[in-house]
Unconditional design. Structure first.
Length: 289
């Protein structure tokens, strides 16, 4: 992990912190880069976390008190981190990179579906983890994990949806770095590209008998092959949680669903078990099935 720059350090919060203000003021004015998204004070951010029970859940996990760090050195991209007790890499609970972004789908999608520009909250990076827990031979990680997760994905998603509505965005935009992230996100998000949506559904269907964690490693270690025998490599694309009615209509349209279905039916995948066994041993994850 990179050494953190001391750009904007935010004070520690404990159970006695005064947080009796409304959850995020509805302000359209960008007041400066010392504020979250150029709009919100730390008290407003804290109020949002408190109201959405994040503080309560942190206390349940003995992750208390919390310390915060906001890095606006690359504004409009901002880094926001939450730590257990002190700002140390090994104490990190939340690692977020976020910005507001105007996005237009690629020319191929745009030409087929006539989609305009949309305004999103773009979650460039998001890690949720419990630094007090570690993995073991009996409890193995997913690709990219340093510590077990917090099991707070839905609560955190609710906060981002609320924030997107307040800032009058069309939705949330994510760029899943790992295949398993895309599969998890697909419960609430859709790929802009219907062929990409069909692709991950085809993998899930081909590997329906494989446990989720094992499936994640099979894809990550490049041990999945298509029906022609070519190695499948995960390539991330934009995923969207829709707030805008026109976007919801697009993802629910017959044209989108038909393209997803045709792609899913066309693609078939098989596991290269020799590749998997060799590479999983190299990773030290022999306890995986």
């Amino acid at each position: 992990m990179e050494k953190m720059k001391s750009k904007k350090s935010l004070s520690r919060h404990d159970s006695s912190s005064p947080m009796d203000i409304e959850i995020f003021s509805d302000s359209n004015e960008i007041r400066g880069t010392s504020l979250f998204l150029g709009r919100y004070t730390m008290n407003e951010v804290s109020a949002a976390l408190r109201k959405r029970s994040f503080f309560k859940e942190a206390q349940k996990r003995k992750l208390w008190p919390l310390d915060f760090y906001l890095d606006s050195s690359e504004f409009p991209i901002q880094g926001f981190q939450i730590f257990y007790q002190r700002k140390k890499p090994e104490n990190m609970i939340v690692d977020l990179k976020i910005r507001e972004r105007v996005f237009r789908p690629g020319k191929e999608i745009e030409s087929q579906y006539s989609l305009p520009e949309y305004k999103f909250l773009f979650l460039e990076w998001l890690t949720l983890q419990n630094p007090l827990l570690n993995f073991s031979l009996e409890r193995s990680p997913l690709p990219g994990q340093m510590h077990p997760g917090l099991s707070l994905g839905n609560k955190v998603l609710d906060i981002f949806i609320h924030l997107a509505r307040l800032t009058k965005k069309d939705g949330l935009l994510a760029f899943p770095a790992y295949f398993h992230n895309a599969l998890l996100f697909s419960r609430a998000f859709h790929f802009f590209n219907p062929e990409k949506q069909g692709e991950i559904l085809a993998i899930r269907k081909s590997l329906f008998h494989i446990p989720f964690k094992q499936m994640a490693w099979i894809v990550h270690l490049n041990c999945l092959k298509d029906k022609e025998g070519r190695i499948y490599e995960w390539k991330a694309e934009e995923m969207v949680f829709s707030i805008n009615k026109a976007l919801r209509k697009y993802f629910g349209s017959r044209a989108y669903k038909d393209k997803v279905k045709k792609t899913q039916e066309r693609l078939k995948f098989d596991i290269d078990w020799i590749c998997y066994k060799k590479r999983i041993e190299k990773e030290g994850l022999e306890k995986l099935p």
